[in-house]
Structure formats: structure tokens, C-alpha cells
Design a protein around this ligand. Structure first.
Ligand SMILES: [Cu+2]
Length: 474
């Protein structure tokens, strides 16, 4: 079985405790999986028709025993099994997508297409549709308007359903670079799961999980614990990262390699940017060019570093994510030429017409923390009403004692630098970290008519109040 982690059973395994770091002494030897692409049932190259079945499944995250998960299966392939992540949806820009969700779960569900500018009726939130009951189905139809790395997941009881394994990646290809520029183009969906020592998913949600967003004790790359990736020494690869965790912030590093950021949430950057580490908050995506050293028979380690996101979150680091073993030299690529789209800065309204959103929390009762937008918990929050076509400047102020990753549905925004100028070099965003005791300003054109959600992407926070509605009015 592809997802079976072939690990040496170490005595340290007995020490897997809730919220303790995973044992590191028994690194998996599992090869990094290649995500299977979903079966396209439409022969027309401009269209994709596919079936996603959401169903219970059994996966071996730990050698100690199997975990009962919920996962997506490619319903167009009779031989497919449900996997975490689900099948990869990969299309050219402009493709008309039609995906039928079949719900074989014991609970109702939906699919939200995170980051994609779909029609509001196709956004998969409770404001967009009646959730699909067990045994039911719903067909989503939308155009892949924007290039980028996106992902899909339920928007019903998301803290539970995503944690159990319901997520997958969706790539819309750009034409900034060509396939020849990269030895490989890989998608890495990052997650953490909270496992018991016997390998089962923990059924315990403690006060810490509610407060911080559930941080698992086992880190996963494409559903596998510490896989090994074989790559050509001296080659350049393209890596697309998605953070699908409920609450964990990943700060990625690959010492010994050179990293160039190519794209953010909303697609290609105007110019590639060299960086040492990449912060990926829940829901966020980044694409990198990875230039591997020309040193065959060496190994690099992809790791996540400590991130202080407040409240003394137990987030030790560095923690290993994936071993990268360099093989014989591959074809060394000429220097990357990356001329991305010109991103015009949006006109920035003056401070007087700035809309302020205030994030806050109430942790007086540690067993029942509440999270607010403008002092109210969803669904009591007041909807944000914006006439279609309007450009608004938002100041999102975080009065809480921890960072919150804010996600806005249905559009991309530009963040403003401290002088109030759009930071177009950072590209288009739909998910952004709002540091504690600080404000982040952004500007967006609200041209996608309908009812949308705005929420913290720490899923326990969204479910416990930090969510509101956005009405883009015709
Ligand atoms: Cu939050």
C-alpha cells in the first residue's frame, strides 16, 4: 500500500503522547509519494469532469497500527483507494471544472475551493449551499481563472473533517516558466496529526487544542511521516507547498539548497525572490524553485523551525519533515528566467475610509475559549457589506495574545507595507498572518458578487467564533 509508512519500530514509539513531539529516532524510509492525479472523464482538453468520493478509510500513519480517517477517493478510477491528501487536481488556466462530490461519510459535508475565485454559489460554505447529506451528492462547476496552487476541503465542521484527512491540492498551471526549467514539479501538502501510541487518531480535543488550534504530534508530508525524496544533485525543482494543518505554523528550511519564491497564494510573483526560510500559516501556499547542490550521495533535511505565535505554544523546532537524498547529477539547468505578470498596485483609499476589523479572544474559561471579530462571535457577527466593484482598504487589528491567519473567500488582496503602499512584490494573497498586538493592512477590489466568508484559518478559532460574512452586493 502506497501510504504505508515502512518504519523501524522503535521503542521510543511507546512514548508518543498527546502534544509531545513525534519520536525522531525511527525515521521512516518511505519514499515521498507522488500524488495521483484525478481521473478526467471529459475528453475535451478545455474541460475537466471528475468525481470525488468522501468516505471513511484506514491508513497506517504509524507502524503501531492503523488510523480510521476520512479521505477523498477518485471516483472516476475503479481501482482508486481513498487517500490523504486526496487526488491532485491539475489543470491549465481557463479549464472549465466540473467535480461531483459524493458523500459516503456518516455526516454532512461540502467542498470549499480555497483561493479559487469561483462563483459564490460554488464556494462550498453553508452560506453558499445546503451541505450534502450522507449518501447525497453535489456537482461543483467553475472556471480555473487564476494560475496558482490551491487546495480543497470541507467547510462544514472543518476542524474535525480536515483533521480527519479531507483535503487535497488543486494546481492551475501558469506559463511563466516551462516544464524544461525544472527537473520535477512537486506538490507537498503539509499537515500534522494527533495520534495515540497505537497509531489511531486521537479522539481527545483538550483545552489547549481549542485555544491554539489542534497541533498534532506527527508531521505529514503528502500523508506520509518523514518521507525520503530522491532528487538529482545540481538540479532545479519546483516545489509547491500547502499548509493543511488545523493550527500549526510551518517555517520551512532546507539547508544546503537555494530557494527562490516563485508564487504565493494567488499565483506567480512578478519576480522570483531568494529566501532562507518560508513561513506558511494554515491555509497558505507558496511555490519555490529549489536549486539543489551538486553533491551526489548527500542528504539534506527539510525541516520546520520554531515559530513563536503567542501563548507559549508548545512548538519545538527544528522538527524534521522530509529527507532529500541527492542522486547522480541530473541535468544542470541554466539560470532560471522568471518574468512573472505585472501586478498593478490597487488604488489605496485614504485612512479615513479604512474599514477596521478587530480580532480578539476570551480565554477566561480555558476550557471554553471564544474568538471574536469586532467583539462578536459568528454567527452573531455583523456582515461586511460592500458594493460590487468597490476598492476597500482594511486594517485588521489583532488584540489577541496569539497570531491569527486571516482568510478571505472569493478574492485576492494586496497587503500594504508600513507606508501604506501595496506590496506587489509579495503577490496576490487570500490568507495572511495577523501577528498578535499588531495590525495588517490590505486592499482589495470586491468584484465577485455574493456571500462569502472571512475567518481565521486556525479551524478551532473559526468554529468558535472568529468568522464573519462578507456580502459583495450587486
Ligand atoms: Cu485564529
Amino acid at each position: 500500500m502506497l501510504l504505508r509508512a515502512r518504519a523501524t519500530i522503535g521503542s521510543a514509539l511507546g512514548l508518543v503522547l498527546a502534544c509531545a513531539p513525534a519520536p525522531e529516532s525511527d525515521a521512516d524510509e518511505a519514499a515521498a509519494p507522488v500524488l495521483a492525479e484525478i481521473t478526467d472523464l471529459d475528453p475535451d482538453p478545455g474541460r475537466l469532469r471528475a468525481i470525488l468520493v468522501a468516505e471513511p478509510a484506514v491508513l497506517d500513519y504509524l507502524p503501531a497500527g492503523p488510523a480510521a480517517v476520512w479521505a477523498y477517493r477518485d471516483g472516476g478510477d475503479p481501482d482508486a483507494v481513498a487517500r490523504v491528501p486526496g487526488p491532485l487536481v491539475r489543470v491549465a488556466r481557463g479549464t472549465m471544472i466540473e467535480i461531483e462530490l459524493r458523500n459516503a461519510l456518516p455526516v454532512e459535508t461540502t467542498i470549499h475551493w480555497h483561493g479559487l475565485r469561483v462563483p459564490a454559489t460554488q464556494d462550498g460554505t453553508p452560506s453558499a449551499q445546503v451541505p450534502v447529506p450522507p449518501g447525497g451528492s453535489f456537482t461543483y462547476r467553475f472556471e480555473a481563472r487564476d494560475a496558482g496552487t490551491f487546495w480543497f476541503h470541507p467547510h462544514v465542521d472543518a476542524a474535525t473533517q480536515i483533521e480527519r484527512g479531507l483535503y487535497g491540492a488543486l494546481v492551475v498551471e501558469d506559463d511563466v516558466a516551462s516544464a524544461e526549467d525544472f527537473e520535477a514539479d512537486r506538490v507537498f501538502v503539509l499537515d500534522d496529526v494527533k495520534l495515540e501510541a497505537d497509531g489511531t487518531l486521537s479522539s481527545t480535543t483538550d483545552a489547549l487544542d481549542l485555544m491554539l488550534g489542534r497541533q498534532g504530534n506527527v508531521l505529514l508530508v503528502d500523508g506520509v511521516r518523514r518521507p525520503t525524496l530522491q532528487a538529482g544533485a545540481g538540479t532545479r525543482e519546483r516545489w509547491r507547498f500547502v499548509n493543511a494543518a488545523n493550527g500549526r505554523y510551518f517555517r520551512l528550511r532546507l539547508q544546503g539548497a537555494r530557494w527562490l519564491e516563485l508564487a504565493s497564494d494567488g499565483g506567480p510573483l512578478p519576480a522570483a525572490r531568494e529566501l532562507d526560510t518560508v513561513l506558511l500559516v494554515p491555509g497558505e501556499r507558496r511555490e519555490l524553485a529549489v536549486e539543489l547542490p551538486a553533491a551526489p550521495d548527500t542528504a539534506l533535511l527539510l525541516e520546520t523551525l520554531h515559530t513563536d505565535r503567542g501563548h507559549d505554544v508548545p512548538d519545538p523546532g527544528p522538527l524534521p519533515l522530509m529527507d532529500v537524498v541527492l542522486q547522480d547529477p541530473g541535468e544542470s539547468a541554466p539560470p532560471l528566467v522568471w518574468v512573472g505578470p505585472d501586478i498593478a498596485p490597487l488604488p489605496v483609499p485614504g485612512p479615513a475610509s479604512t474599514r477596521t476589523l478587530v480580532l480578539s479572544e476570551d480565554d477566561e474559561d480555558a476550557s471554553d475559549p471564544r474568538f471574536y471579530i469586532d467583539g462578536l462571535a459568528f454567527p452573531e457577527t455583523l456582515p461586511i457589506m460592500v458594493p460590487a466593484g468597490t476598492v476597500e482598504r482594511w486594517r485588521v487589528r489583532n488584540d489577541a495574545q496569539m497570531d491569527h491567519p486571516l482568510h478571505v473567500h472569493g478574492l485576492f488582496f494586496q497587503t500594504l507595507d508600513p507606508s501604506g503602499v501595496p506590496d506587489v512584490a509579495a503577490g496576490w494573497k487570500d490568507t495572511i498572518n495577523i501577528p498578535r498586538d499588531a495590525s495588517v493592512e490590505l486592499v482589495a477590489r470586491f468584484d465577485n458578487i455574493g456571500q462569502w466568508m472571512v475567518h481565521c484559518h486556525i479551524l478551532e478559532h473559526a468554529e468558535r467564533g472568529m468568522m464573519t460574512m462578507l456580502h459583495v452586493m450587486p
